[in-house]
Design a binder for this molecule. Structure first.
Ligand code: CTP
Ligand code: MG
Length: 228
């Protein structure tokens, strides 16, 4: 199933404390951004990549793309204040390019091709499908450090990206969110507001987002294991 992918890459990486965009940090001598791009570059079903970037970083990113022979990037719109705005900028640029769009954090370099395939398939059949893993720990709702409730773990999933949507659904959800000034932490939240069912596809625990310094250690370990 052919799709295009939107990769928000216009963040600041404040929690990583790198002093610059964390996506330029390297794992095994290759920028995190390039690790993520290579997954889609190598997927024959990926028909194009749209990257949301900070305008002042466009040149350095273009140099990285050239150096690492990334050829599928079709556009690099300017990102916005929040992640949702960055994704929206890409959707507006790319909405006529494909019937199916995946949104994936540029900061998640370890997404498995098999999961991408399952997501694209499910979303093309149903309209919306997102990646997640089952919660492993005991989960409790807490208010002011006092437990209010132990939540049934069987029903809890930790949600990741990619999130895959039929293009018309995602465009409609984005427009409605903009009109309502609703800000979500993922695209699924915008689609859920339209009462459209969103399917969850089981992903892998190593699809971690490089967010804090500890994640880099995990990232190096994942790469080492995969290269064995
Ligand atoms: N992102 C973006 N535009 C923003 C904010 C985030 O394109 N205004 C992107 C990031 O580059 C990242 C992805 O969205 O690939 C997930 O966001 P996050 O992990 O929060 O990255 P940052 O916002 O860069 O990090 P932090 O929140 O720690 O500052
Ligand atoms: Mg952020």
């Amino acid at each position: 199933m052919n799709y295009i992918v939107v990769l928000p890459a216009a963040g600041s990486g404040k929690r990583m404390r790198a002093g610059h965009n964390k996506l330029f940090l390297t794992l095994r001598n290759k920028p995190i951004l390039i690790h993520t791009l290579e997954v889609f570059e190598q997927d024959p079903n990926c028909a194009g990549i749209w990257l949301a970037v900070k305008p002042e970083e466009r040149m350095i990113i273009q140099e990285m793309l050239d150096e690492h022979h990334i050829t599928k990037v079709k556009g690099m719109p300017a990102g916005g204040e929040e992640r949702q705005h960055s994704v929206y900028a890409c959707i507006q640029a790319a909405e006529h390019e494909a019937d199916l769009i995946l949104v994936h954090d540029a900061a998640r370099p370890f997404i498995e091709p098999a999961v991408i395939k399952k997501l694209a398939q499910k979303a093309s059949e149903t309209g919306a499908a997102i990646a997640g893993v089952k919660a492993k720990d005991t989960m409790k709702r807490v208010h002011n450090h006092i437990i209010e409730e132990t939540v049934d773990r069987e029903q809890l999933w930790i949600i990741q990206t990619p999130q895959a949507f039929q293009t018309d659904i995602l465009v409609k959800a984005q427009k409605q969110a903009e009109q309502d000034e609703f800000l979500g932490t993922d695209e699924s939240m915008l689609v859920e507001r339209l009462n459209i069912p969103v399917h969850v596809v089981e992903s892998t625990y190593d699809n971690v987002k490089m967010t804090t310094q500890e994640d880099l250690l995990m990232g190096e370990a994942i790469l080492q294991k995969r290269q064995q």
